[in-house]
Design a protein around this ligand. Sequence first.
Ligand code: 3PY
Ligand code: MG
Length: 250
Amino acid sequence: MTSGFKARLTGQETLLGVLISLPSPELAEIYAEAGFDWLFLDWEHGLHDVLGLQRIVQAVGRTCPCVIRVPDNDPVWIAKALDTGAAGLIIPHVNSAADAARAVAAAKYPPLGVRSIGVARAQGYGLDVQNSVSRDNGETVVVAQTEHIEAARHIEAIIAVSGVDAAFIGPFDLSASLNKPGRIADAEVQAAIERIRRACAEAKIPVGIFAADAEAAVRYRDAGFRLLCVGTDALHAGRAAHATVAALKA
Ligand code: 3PY
Ligand code: MG
């Protein structure tokens, strides 16, 4: 199973994604069919379990790469996420080079890391173990989520870790780490975002960010962010529902 996601990420393309928080392959299909380039399957805050994640990857993964945000930087969560055949991982709360190295080690089989070999979907249920080892070591994408002021301070060291394919800013946690929860437009929060963006641009590492809506995403895209995640499944549905009711009850 190759998704080509890594090649697209390391090319110059801007990749538009949406955060999927609800455990519904049908909803994931709707978003994939809408034309998003990738799905951010959120196992940290979303309502998924590992079977549900695999069902989503089965439903859409061949046409729309699925990147799973694990609940924590933990080798057990990371192996389970990759065993579904997902195109990659988002590791939350990577604040240092040591955090990044731990994530990469968990995501790669020896000799690059310590990932355990399963006989799950990623390994063709045991029929494709040998190929899957080299394929996954080469193609699985590891995205370090930089979402704390400590991460902004250590960004050069984080993205220098071999095996980190991209950095992805979580603006909400970043703002919270500055004691300004949710105040994304605040100058100090924006300065931390800009520090991460600039360091990634200088190191030629793709950088992404979560944007609450299309307007914010356009600004980020124009500033050079290439791995965009715009809104969530629930947010888009909620906005459409409110707009429909408002149009008819106004
Ligand atoms: C944050 O903003 O903290 C996020 O994790 C968004 O992905
Ligand atoms: Mg976060």
